[in-house]
Design a protein around this ligand. Structure first.
Ligand code: FES
Length: 175
């Protein structure tokens, strides 16, 4: 596929697919965010990364490199923050995140069956993203609502006292 992006010097560039060696990511969204937050320094790193992740769905390596170059924030510092906070991801994520609790309270109330039902329903592996980009699936140690066990979160919403059938019905509501 041919697409137009910007080379390192900022000049228009025609992307010639894999192996082209240019920046393939659409930098327009990053430019817009940098302009809005300008002037940007290291103190703005977390909100900057949040905005970039919201815009791209994850943090593409070439976007981070370009942002580092333009702001002077070292890439090593960016990756330090990205790896510290679980909210950030450098690989593409699904539109929705399923967080399935595997903590003790949930485990004794059937969390394993709920998780298996969900994994089968959306066709994904733990830690993976569905082929259609709909869901990323993660196991978590405790969601802090043990009284609702077994618990699953989809994005920011909690679902408790689940059965495999209820869990399968819930994810059908997300597109
Ligand atoms: S163990 Fe599942 S919410 Fe605490």
């Amino acid at each position: 596929m041919t697409e137009v992006s910007k080379g390192h010097a900022g000049e228009p560039h025609v992307h010639r697919g894999e192996g082209c060696g240019c920046l393939a990511a659409d930098l327009a969204k990053a430019e817009e965010i940098l302009a809005e937050l300008s002037p940007v320094d290291s103190g703005d790193l977390i909100p900057l990364l949040q905005r970039l992740q919201d815009a791209y769905g994850y943090l593409p390596a070439d976007v981070l490199a370009e942002v580092s170059e333009r702001t002077g924030i070292p890439l090593s510092r960016m990756y330090g923050v990205i790896t510290f906070y679980t909210q950030f991801s450098t690989t593409p994520r699904g539109r929705h995140t399923i967080r399935c609790c595997t903590g003790t309270a949930c485990h004794v109330r059937g969390a394993k069956d709920v998780a298996e039902a969900l994994l089968h329903e959306v066709d994904v592996e733990v830690g993976g993203t569905t082929a259609d980009g709909r869901f990323t699936f993660e196991n978590v140690a405790c969601l802090g609502t043990c009284f609702l066990a077994p618990v699953v979160m989809v994005d920011d919403e909690y679902f408790g006292q689940l059965t495999p059938a209820k869990a399968r019905a819930i994810v059908k509501n997300y597109s």
